[in-house]
Design a protein around this ligand. Structure first.
Ligand code: PLP
Length: 359
């Protein structure tokens, strides 16, 4: 099996797994202690959580704090429901976590339209007065990198706060500048599933979404998992050390795959993109058949969340593709552990399977 779905999730880095193990050990080791307990094992667990928090924060702007959550989806919901915003404005290529959380507030949501390249224009209309603008750093379906710093500045000039879903960019690219809140997920960064975070700029008032014991500075009640925190922290620390190397690696894979599938069209900007993502289309290809013919390749027909629904991707539709074009698109995602031989083998198989369809 060749794994080519790094936007859906990434393998757990061995270093992250190692960092988790002491907190998953048996009864004698005391690693199971509640990090919110005042006794010695509890304080040791709390210290591990704080080391992890610092490691996650090291990749984020100064002047803010990290609130651990169960996922990026939860972090986004905390931001969207927690701020005092009269109006909410989001790009039309956001992940469902942003689109659906914004809609669930029960007030009209204004959409910022991405252009044909999959980029949100920097002069996109901003809400006047108390508003919240949300634009992602890297799109999960087509990999395009949004002009977050300019959009955040425009939101601030209009008096609005800015939320950035940095799930696909965190630890891979420089942190988005200017955001007031940043949502993160460990499992897109070679960390464990089940933990995310919201970075919150100092001075921004937020209402909690989950009530109870008052953990996470009163913003997210519930006992933290030291193992998940430690895994997230180790993954962030590793990503910081390997950022240049990891980027060069996916860059090389991307160019090779693009050359091997040169007769497919690229969806989204060729330049302003994260090269761990290759979203391609070939008109007339039956992607469902392609996927069933290529069961040993784990790639995707759009985002993992949208695929299976049968609905054409809202991102591909937003950048001007027809239903048919959106449905003949595939997403190949690679990362740190993908080899050149795997990419070459996968591309050859995709080519052959498309040729067998006569397209
Ligand atoms: N935002 C983006 C851009 C994503 O790709 C994902 C995951 O697919 C999420 C948010 C949700 O992340 P999580 O799985 O941590 O809830």
């Amino acid at each position: 099996m060749i794994y080519l779905d790094y936007q859906a999730t990434t393998p757990l880095a061995p270093e992250a797994r190692e960092a988790m193990l002491p907190w998953l050990a048996g009864p004698e080791a005391m690693g199971f202690a509640n990090p919110h307990s005042a006794h010695r094992p509890g304080r040791a667990a709390a210290a591990a959580v704080e080391v992890a928090r610092d490691r996650v924060a090291a990749l984020l702007p100064k002047g803010g704090r990290v609130i651990f959550t169960g996922s990026a989806t939860e972090a986004i919901n905390l931001a969207v429901f927690g701020v005092d915003a009269r109006q909410i404005v989001v790009s039309n290529i956001e992940h469902a976590a942003v689109l659906d959380a914004a809609a669930a507030r029960g007030k009209p949501v204004q959409l910022l339209a991405a252009d044909e390249e999959g980029l949100v224009p920097i002069d996109a209309p901003m809400p006047a007065g108390k508003g919240l603008v949300a634009v992602m750093q890297v799109n999960n379906e087509i990999g395009t990198i949004q002009p977050v710093a300019q959009l955040a500045a425009a939101a601030h000039a209009a008096g609005a706060l800015f939320l950035c879903d940095a799930v696909q960019g965190y630890g891979k690219l420089a942190v988005p500048e200017g955001a007031d809140m940043i949502a993160l997920s460990a499992h897109k960064l070679y960390g464990p599933k089940g933990i995310g975070a919201l970075w919150l700029r100092d001075g921004i008032a937020l209402r909690p979404l989950i009530h109870g014991g008052g953990q996470e500075q009163g913003l997210r009640s519930g006992t933290l998992s030291p193992a998940l925190c430690a895994g997230f922290g180790a993954a962030a620390e590793l990503a910081a050390r390997r950022m240049v190397e990891d980027e060069a690696h996916v860059e090389a894979l991307w160019h090779r795959a693009r050359a091997l599938l040169a007769d497919w069209q690229l969806n989204g900007s060729a330049d302003r993109r994260w090269r761990g993502n290759l979203n391609l289309r070939r008109d007339g290809v039956d992607v469902a058949r392609l996927m069933s013919d290529l069961r040993d390749l784990a790639f995707s027909a759009g985002s993992a969340c949208a695929s299976g629904s049968g609905r054409p991707s809202h991102v591909l539709r937003a950048i001007g593709l027809s239903d048919g074009q959106a449905k003949s698109s595939i997403r190949i995602g690679f990362g740190r552990y993908t080899t050149m031989a795997e990419v070459e083998d996968a591309c050859a198989r995709i080519k052959a399977a498309a040729a067998a369809q006569g397209v």
